[in-house]
Design a protein around this ligand. Structure first.
Ligand SMILES: [Zn+2]
Length: 241
């Protein structure tokens, strides 16, 4: 029984390690996903900045065009003879001047947007670089942890091998059979008559039998191999550890 308890402890530890090792690549994947999202965000902001810059240049061209129209209109004005024509020309200049000031307001608006957007871009770039560095460190750390855990797992596996040699083949088969079907836990201590794996009460007769420790019993509910958890000899640490 003591051997089985050691074996179970070994298997539980191995299972934990395997789960934690399996988490490593998932964590790395998650980090890389966030990094890719950040790249996308940054690229989108850069693109927006480019588009806005192009629009601003367009407006500047429009302003130049209006200015040249105003210049032409002014030249025309100095050559006009009739009053009616003069009025019309003045109105044209007036309209063009209004249009120019509208475009100038728009250009200022774009300039402000550009300023704030390029500031955002710069911040995003910095954030992205910082996170890139963080991810590299974190990846290194995770890989290191994984290799440490892998070594621990190998040493546990050797320990398990030693335990297995001391347990009879039939018992080992039974143990492994239950363990595979019971989420890695083939063994359960019973405290105060209650199976600690499924929390069901063991019938008094079987409990008494368990305390006598003459045969290997199982829990009538979860079918795991049970042992009397209050037995002092099972509480001692294994000499192997
Ligand atoms: Zn049980």
């Amino acid at each position: 029984m003591k051997l089985l308890i050691d074996l179970q402890a070994c298997d539980t530890e191995m299972g934990d390690l395997q789960n934690r090792i399996a988490e490593g690549p998932l964590k790395i994947k998650e980090l890389e996903k966030r990094l890719a999202e950040m790249d996308e965000e940054y690229e989108a902001a850069e693109k927006q900045l480019e588009d806005l810059g192009r629009e601003k240049r367009g407006i500047e061209k429009d302003i130049e065009a209006v200015e040249s129209q105003i210049g032409k209109a002014n030249t025309k004005l100095s050559n006009i003879k009739s009053n009616k024509e003069y009025k019309a020309a003045l109105k044209e200049i007036d309209d063009l001047t209004r249009e120019k000031s509208r475009l100038e307001d728009k250009a200022i608006e774009f300039m402000e947007q550009l300023d704030s957007l390029s500031e955002q871009c710069r911040a995003k770039k910095e954030e992205r670089e910082r996170f890139h560095e963080e991810v590299n460190q974190e990846k290194k750390h995770i890989l290191q942890e994984m290799s440490t855990m892998d070594k621990a797992l190998q040493s546990l596996s050797r320990k398990r091998g030693k335990f297995c040699k001391k347990v009879s083949d039939d018992l080992l088969k039974r143990y492994d059979f239950i363990r595979e079907r019971k989420a890695g836990l083939a063994l359960s201590p019973v405290f105060n008559g209650v199976c600690q794996a499924c929390h069901m009460e063991i019938p008094p007769q079987r409990y008494n039998e368990l305390i006598r420790g003459e045969s290997l019993l199982d829990c009538p509910n979860c079918h795991r191999i049970i042992y009397w958890g209050d037995n002092e000899q099972f509480k001692e640490k294994s000499a192997e550890e």
